[in-house]
Design a protein around this ligand. Structure first.
Ligand SMILES: N[C@@H](CCC(=O)N[C@@H](CS)C(=O)NCC(=O)O)C(=O)O
Length: 298
């Protein structure tokens, strides 16, 4: 690899398979399946194929919140997709998400089944299916969707931009870290100013907007993302801190964070989830710890 100070792009870009990046082994410039692999399926209509990165946690928190609200139809089977082992490039997964990224959901309650990919689309799909966690008046619903789409547009700057260059890139490039640190701090300020005047993102009620934003920005201000709490001085965002702590304490959020988690403390991992009782009877203690999957940028 050339020195970043002297690098000049070639006339035509060529794929350098071993560029030293943390995810070099799974990154590639083409789409589609690389191998045949049928996905497992359980008994519930909802089949989730995911991993407990921030994008995956959005959906497991949503499903646990729906169940806590009494929507028995939200019972689900959650299957672990190990992105560091290229599960997302298996033929069965690609049929559900041609973009080869977790999370992906298959709803078999209708015929033909409905596939849903992109975490924001999954949250909206579930909110509409169960009539929950999405305000019903046009104006309030629009404000909720404003923040949901804000998250989908903003998190790539935090994950793929700041997180990538601060934590994962093989060399520390000042220009890139500087550019994305500034943008992430600006985003935190956007949230902080809004949360100074509103309990939750869409107003006074907890909604899919909070469920989308919390796994990224809530984790960041709690110092759980990229080990960047001090660098970004996250304690300065007092209103985001207040909001992040309140959401972290919700029982459904605590459960949702565990599902499809294959890294971190063994006691925090539930690799697969098929029934509410799995949280109590999980056999994780018998499993060997896995290598951290981390939060790969979107
Ligand atoms: N915009 C997508 C982003 C999903 C995403 O980036 N997923 C990552 C994990 S957080 C992934 O599956 N990466 C695997 C890969 O890039 O091959 C969403 O919100 O669903």
């Amino acid at each position: 690899m050339s020195d970043s100070a002297t690098y000049q792009p070639a006339k035509i870009w060529h794929w350098n398979k071993n560029n030293g990046g943390r995810f070099a082994s799974i990154n590639r410039p083409t789409a589609g399946a690389t191998h045949q692999k049928t996905l497992p399926a359980g008994h519930h209509p909802l089949q989730l194929y995911s991993l407990a990165t921030p994008n995956g946690v959005k959906v497991t928190v949503m499903l646990e919140e729906l169940l806590a609200l009494g929507h028995a139809g939200a019972e689900y089977d959650a299957w672990l997709i190990r992105i560091d082992e290229s599960d997302q490039f298996g033929s069965g997964f690609v049929e559900i998400n041609p973009n080869s990224k977790i999370p992906a959901l298959l709803d078999r309650s209708s015929e033909p089944p409905v596939r849903v990919f992109e975490s924001g689309a999954i949250l909206l799909y579930l909110a509409e299916k169960f009539g929950a966690l999405l305000p019903t008046t046009h104006a309030a619903r629009t404000e909720c969707l404003n923040w949901l789409f804000w998250q989908m547009g903003s998190a790539p700057f935090l994950g793929g931009g700041f997180g990538h260059f601060y934590a994962y890139a093989p060399t520390k490039i000042e220009y890139a870290i500087d550019r994305f640190a500034m943008e992430v701090k600006r985003q935190l300020d956007v949230l902080d100013r809004h949360l100074a005047e509103h309990e939750y993102l869409a107003g006074e009620a907890y909604s899919i907007a909070d469920i989308a934003v919390w796994p990224w920005y809530g984790a960041l201000v709690r110092g759980l993302l990229y080990d960047a709490g001090e660098f970004l001085q996250v304690q300065d965002y007092a209103h985001v801190q207040r909001w992040a702590t309140a959401i972290a304490e919700r029982p459904a959020v605590r459960r949702g964070r565990m599902v499809n988690r294959s890294f971190g403390e063994l006691s925090s991992q539930l690799h697969e989830r098929h029934d509410a009782s799995d949280f109590h009877t999980r056999t994780q203690d018998k499993l060997q710890p896995s290598a951290p999957a981390g939060a790969k940028g979107p």
